[in-house]
Write a new protein. Sequence first.
Length: 423
Amino acid sequence: MPGGRLCAACFVVLGTVSLIATQQAITKPGPIPKAGPLARPRSLQQVGVPAEATRAAIPPDNPQTPEKIVLGERLFFDGRLSADGTVACSTCHDPARAFTDGRPTSMGIKGRIGQRNAPTVLNALYNKTQFWDGRATTLEEQAGLPIVNPVEMGQPSLGAAVAQIEAIPEYRERFQHVFGRPLNGPDLLRAIASYERTLVSFDSPFDHFVAGSKNAMDASAQRGWELFNTRGRCNLCHALTDTKRDPTFFTDNTFHNIGVLVVRHNVVALARQAEQLIKSGDTAAIDQAAIQSEMSALGRFLVTKKEPDIASFKTPNLRNVLLTGPYFHDGSHATLWDVMDHYNKGAGLKNPYLDQDIQPLALTEGDIDDVVAFMASLTSPDYKEQGIKELARQRALSRTTRPQRDTARAFGPKPPQPKPPGP
Ligand code: HEC
Ligand code: HEC
């Protein structure tokens, strides 16, 4: 079976799907990041906030109240939600790192490592689906999955997490006060989601530029924004439509195979295996396959079982992207220059499912620097100082190592695409 190579490390079996354990737990996740000033709910008066979409993101059955938000914030930073008390949501979504963890793939309880990179929770309220493969729709639904994932927070069930929180008198009282009924699973998830909906992050130099301050972004970033919408072809996915510039969301809310390291896996064999083993709609089973097994590479296919979705992932919003590296669903690209090299050469790996919009771009080094400068201008003021340091760090790294660069391919013709294998 395809997982055989890794099976020395297998530790759990889901049906007959082998789940990859972490490498031996040599390290443990660090101390739980605390809620500081960067964890605070953000103002809705920031330049660039889409007022209507922000209102629309609040579901009727979970209205925002100040007390609920405070409760959700407390839970987000509380390790007692995890099986052994060591991991909170903030372990992997640390406000100091723009609500990510800085790791290629995340580390949960007992030092267990998953297969996916932690996206930011900033602006997650606008996502039409949650997770890289969109297997959850709402923030409430999303929040329940890491709690019970064995390599994240490791609870045997949501009920077990509720029991653990219920044993703390202060939480019992607060839940009663906020929801007017005893603590239960759905309300626990509502409180967390409610807090996440306050993490609205705009007000970047780009937002000020769009609002009319032409000097808010330097000339390089301005050229980058042009390239993003023209020769760079980024707008074909990182915009709501192909025809109109989208200065707000930077995503088409859909899924694409852009050729991130697909070759590493025998995806077709994996897809056949997944199809047989994971019953449609069993979100917890999909969650385990996505986080713990080689099937992670199948992306959206795990959810839809449709062949064109093999190794497709959600187009992420690009706000604060300077601070959310390493990049892509598997954290395989260290810098924004590496990301640009990936697109510039048109991925080009022998990948029958590659999106038609991916092709060699023939961008020069100057063009690449400009698009990176544009992406850096999407950094919100909370992270301004950190952004300056991070850009300098990535630039220095990119001057010595460019593992994804392939200039010949970037300036060459679009390679012929292999056909998908027959049934
Ligand atoms: C062990 C690390 C870890 C913990 C703990 C964790 N997450 Fe995540 N989170 C991730 C990873 C990795 C992903 C992406 C997984 C995927 O797409 O398959 C993710 C995805 C998300 C997303 C989806 C964002 C998007 O753009 O699609 C949200 C929202 C989120 N987590 C919130 C939470 C909340 C709330 C908690 C606590 C209840 C939590 N996370 C606990 C690692 C973690
Ligand atoms: C065909 C659609 C498509 C096009 C065109 C495209 N992207 Fe993407 N982008 C995606 C998808 C899908 C992902 C996630 C892929 C993955 O992780 O496997 C992504 C991921 C990224 C990421 C990583 C974000 C993160 O949080 O890890 C960056 C940065 C990015 N794109 C920038 C760009 C830029 C700049 C361009 C133009 C040069 C561009 N993209 C063109 C669809 C696209």
